[in-house]
Design a protein around this ligand. Structure first.
Ligand SMILES: [Zn+2]
Length: 508
């Protein structure tokens, strides 16, 4: 099947090796992560083999280093700098000192504490906008809690949009040679986007946690509950968190306010063990760093990989003027390691964080900007709350209940990070292939593990909105849906582990 994949990624391994030998990043290797997230079928080949594949006429050849897309019908150029841009928006630049604050005073990241938003590469000047309907503050923005006004925010997921710009070229190129591209919807069939709520236990006051549990019940949301070293709640509260269906997770503390609460691998390892002992849960899969602490570039992801944290949720804002999409994404993505590790994929998913406590840490007007952008890009919206605020501030509790309802109103269900991690890793084990003959489309799917309610999407050239299909073989429902502004044929099906196949035919 792989020998006939409709996409080939053409990599000259000598150029990759030369970059790594010089200690430089081969950013273009990230092309495969962009394709992998959609489960687009591709193979990596060398330049010599590419000519042979192109001669067969049924392939889109991607040259990520050169910025070229080639088919038998012609060639399309794109900016080869796109890969570095995507990675640096998502992963930032190495955090070694305080970042440069926004000129309007809305993001005072120069606070003497190293954290994710010190490494932001998006521009405070050109990449932000004031939420619709909010007045622009003249002069210095007053960064007070709760915010008196709405500052400009990172209103667009710029890295996701860059990915989509590239993918649009791939889909157009395939359509140009009448090639059907299959991909796998990010979420279960019919679900346009999802939402995630996390909770940080800063201070570990059990009375506050009890209030938080009540508010989350009222909101109807199961949260990812991140436990902050040192101390911990009473055993009764810890048990109640699990009993009410919330996920037990770690809130790694490197703020220097307690013994071993500092930045380092031994400290993370010790705090992970502490959280296991506190919760009684061996297999903690998720973490968020207290105060969104960060140092260096890839070190923290490598530590997570080493200890078994499968999904990190640290990369988000700590200031009012860099909420929204400061790292350009609302999708689950795998980071790459630096040149020293040959830019390999690090086996830790990143779940981007979009804001801390609405109506306290951020202005309430950002809520719908986040939800609407995530819905438009079929991503996951992440809202963090602290029970320290839910307990004492009725406005924050109300904002929590309201955002829960607003996401649901948009058709976005609330998932814990553990659910997100399992789903994404499950769908990453799916391989798709499609062939067409006699007017029928035959789809062959191999899944490493079962995926319930999958949405297999087929980019069929010339597909009409009112087209109707019948599933000739295999248990699936066929319908025409719109994703990323394109009409696609969706097959909704439960995928068992192993290989399954479906045949569909247009009716009429
Ligand atoms: Zn915290």
């Amino acid at each position: 099947m792989s020998s006939t994949s409709p996409i080939v990624v053409v990599l000259d391994q000598e150029i990759v090796a030369a970059a790594h030998a010089a200690g430089e990043n081969a950013w273009w290797l990230y092309c495969t992560e962009v394709l992998d997230h959609l489960r687009l079928p591709y193979t990596v080949i060398g330049p010599e083999e590419a000519a042979g594949r192109l001669a067969t006429g049924d392939v889109v050849a991607v040259y990520p280093h050169e910025g070229r897309l080639v088919t038998s019908a012609g060639e399309t150029a794109f900016d080869p700098g796109i890969w570095q841009r995507i990675v640096e928006i998502q992963q930032g630049v190495p955090v070694e000192k305080d970042g440069t604050p926004a000129p309007d005073g809305s993001s005072p990241v120069d606070d003497g504490l190293l954290k994710c938003d010190d490494g932001i590469t998006l521009s405070y000047v050109t990449d932000r906008a004031v939420p619709p309907g909010e007045a622009t503050v003249e002069g210095e923005f007053p960064h007070v809690y709760p915010p008196e006004a709405a500052p400009p925010m990172f209103h667009q997921a710029m890295a996701d949009r860059l990915r989509l710009d590239f993918l649009a070229l791939v889909f157009d190129a395939a359509a140009g040679v009448n090639l059907v591209l299959p991909w796998l919807h990010y979420w279960p069939a019919g679900v346009p986007a999802v939402a995630h709520m996390s909770h940080d236990s800063d201070g570990n006051v059990s009375e506050q946690a009890a209030s938080g549990l009540d508010v989350f019940d009222q909101a109807g949301v199961k949260v990812t509950w991140c436990h902050c070293f040192p101390g911990g709640y009473t055993p009764e509260i810890v048990a109640e968190i699990a009993a009410r269906g919330h996920e037990q997770a770690l809130h790694y503390n490197a703020m220097g306010d307690a013994d071993i609460a500092s930045w380092g691998w031994p400290q993370l390892r010790a705090q992970y063990a502490w959280a296991q002992a506190l919760t009684g849960r061996d297999g903690i899969v998720s973490n968020k760093n207290h105060y969104t602490r960060w140092e260096g570039w890839d070190e923290f992801f490598l530590w997570c990989e080493r200890i078994g944290i499968q999904i990190d949720q640290s990369r988000g804002p700590s200031k009012q003027g860099n909420v929204g999409f400061p790292f350009g994404s609302c999708h689950l993505w795998f980071p790459i390691a630096g040149a020293a590790e040959l830019n390999r994929r690090i086996d830790v998913l990143e779940l981007p964080l979009h804001t801390q406590d609405l109506a306290w840490a951020s202005h309430i007007s950002i809520r719908d900007v986040i939800l609407d952008e995530v819905l438009a890009l079929h991503g996951v919206a992440h809202f963090l709350f602290h029970s320290a605020h839910l307990h004492t501030k009725p406005d924050v509790a109300e904002a929590c209940r309201q955002v829960a309802a607003e996401a649901r109103r948009r058709g976005m269900p609330w998932w814990t990070s553990e659910q997100l991690n399992s789903w994404e890793r499950g769908r990453r084990g799916v391989q798709l292939a499609v062939s067409s003959a006699d007017g029928e489309l035959r789809v062959e799917i191999t899944a490493e593990q079962a995926v319930k309610g999958a949405g297999v999407l087929l980019a069929v050239p010339g597909l009409a909105e009112n087209a109707a299909f019948v599933v000739v073989s295999g248990a699936a429902r066929a319908s025409v849906v719109t994703r990323h502004g394109r009409l696609l044929l969706e097959l909704a099906a439960d995928l068992p582990a192993g290989t399954s196949s479906f045949t569909v035919r247009p009716t009429g």
